[in-house]
Design a protein around this ligand. Structure first.
Ligand SMILES: *Cc1c(COP(=O)(O)O)cnc(C)c1O
Length: 393
């Protein structure tokens, strides 16, 4: 029996359905060479953030099972309650050295890091300057902080500067940005942001979810590649994307680390990562450091797909990396196109508002270093044909 107090849910779901915005879950499983089973059907996986193929590969080879033997399965409590496991302490120290910072603090996930860090560094009387296309977890962190939100146009450092000038000097200021924008594949102007934050006395937080493991000589990220490790106070990143595991980190000075231990509620009031997962993270990190060739292949393949789609008149926005949006406009178009691609054997998801701005619904393509060039050539032709069909409708 459906409870009548929940009838609003049915209405809400139906309303989403009518707007082509209802989301649902399907059963999937990774296969080799960037293929996958989705709802039991074989598809080329252009929808994963497992950019270097680490998450999928370990599942198949069951490597982590062997490696994890000896580490316990659960942490038992928050680190402030049960203490920090020696594996965690070591990983934090070594990872900080890799990032070129004094310290590093692990969080349960990227989402938890963002909703924990932002309220830890700004509050009711402060101002946050946030790129309009920042990830939802950053937006949620800002809401939780109760700070005043000033959103600047995507990568518009002129507008940001005007906002910084207008902000009262007595307030604490935080500029926050994705390093690589997850729905557009664009790259943040980090050098300009560093210049601005120094000029106007603001703090800078950079979310490296999509650049960690992929930029820098051994995958340290974009901040490191640009030589800005000393300047960015809060360097957040995840182990869930290129590192192919789960969990997140915030790297910075020892003082930042101490402050977060005392102020970040998602750190304080949540159980530490499982020790077995720490072993997996460490093992994947070793592979990431050695993956220079895979990093090059990923960018080469992404450039091929981007350029080939552009040559065929497909709108891929301003993408400059391994995330390539095929912007189709209406939600219905995006859903229809994703369905069509899946029928053809290509898994690529429709991204709709509120994840992206109204009228910019898209198919988001993400590349993996292990994708075969022949598969990508084939996919480009299918996608271009689908877009042409959609326009003819
Ligand atoms: C995926 C993502 C997150 C969330 O990370 P999880 O580890 O998946 O919780 C945060 N920020 C950005 C930019 C992301 O793309």
């Amino acid at each position: 029996m459906e409870s009548s107090s929940l009838s609003w849910m049915k209405d809400e779901l139906q309303a989403l359905e009518a707007k082509s915005r209802r989301r649902s879950l399907v059963i999937s499983e990774p296969l080799e060479s960037g293929w996958m089973l989705r709802d039991g059907r074989r598809m080329l996986n252009l929808a994963s953030n497992d950019y270097l193929g680490l998450a999928a590969r370990n599942d198949r080879a069951e490597r982590s099972l062997g490696a994890n033997r000896g580490a316990s399965r659960g942490a038992g409590a928050s680190r402030l309650v049960t203490g920090t496991g020696v594996e965690v302490a070591e990983l934090e120290e070594q990872f900080a050295a890799y990032k070129g910072t004094e310290g590093c603090l692990l969080f349960g996930s990227g989402y938890m890091a963002n909703i924990g860090v932002i309220p830890a560094v700004v509050g009711r009387d402060d101002v946050v300057f946030s790129d309009r296309l920042n990830h939802a977890s950053i937006v949620d962190g800002i809401v939780l902080s109760r700070a005043e939100l000033r959103r600047y146009r995507h990568r518009d450092t002129n507008q940001l500067e005007d906002m910084l000038k207008a902000a009262s000097s007595s307030k604490r200021k935080l500029i926050v940005t994705d390093s690589i924008f997850s729905m557009d594949g664009t790259i943040a102007p980090l050098r300009e942001l560093v210049w601005l934050k120094e000029r106007y006395g603001a703090m800078l937080m950079v979310d490296e979810a999509h650049s960690g493991g992929l930029y820098g000589t051994t995958g340290q990220g974009l901040i490191h590649e640009l030589g800005l490790t000393e300047q960015v106070e809060l360097q957040m990143g995840t182990f869930s994307k290129a590192y192919g595991a789960y969990g997140a980190y915030v790297a910075g000075s020892m003082m930042v680390k101490e402050s977060l231990i005392n102020q970040a509620r998602s750190f304080i009031y949540s159980t530490a990562l499982p020790p077995q997962l720490i072993v997996t993270i460490r093992e994947h990190w070793i592979e990431v450091k050695a993956a220079s060739l895979a990093r090059e292949q990923l960018q080469y393949k992404a450039a091929f797909v981007r350029d080939s789609l552009r040559d065929r008149g497909v709108q891929v926005g301003l993408s400059e990396c391994h995330i390539i949006p095929v912007i189709v406009g209406s939600d219905a178009n995006a859903v229809r196109m994703a369905d069509r691609l899946q029928q053809l054997g290509i898994a690529a998801v429709a991204i709709r508002p509120p994840t992206v701005p109204e009228g910019t619904a898209r198919i988001r393509l993400t590349l993996m270093s292990e994708h075969a060039m022949d598969d990508l050539r084939w996919a480009v032709e299918q996608i271009a044909a689908c877009v042409a069909e959609g326009e003819a409708d």
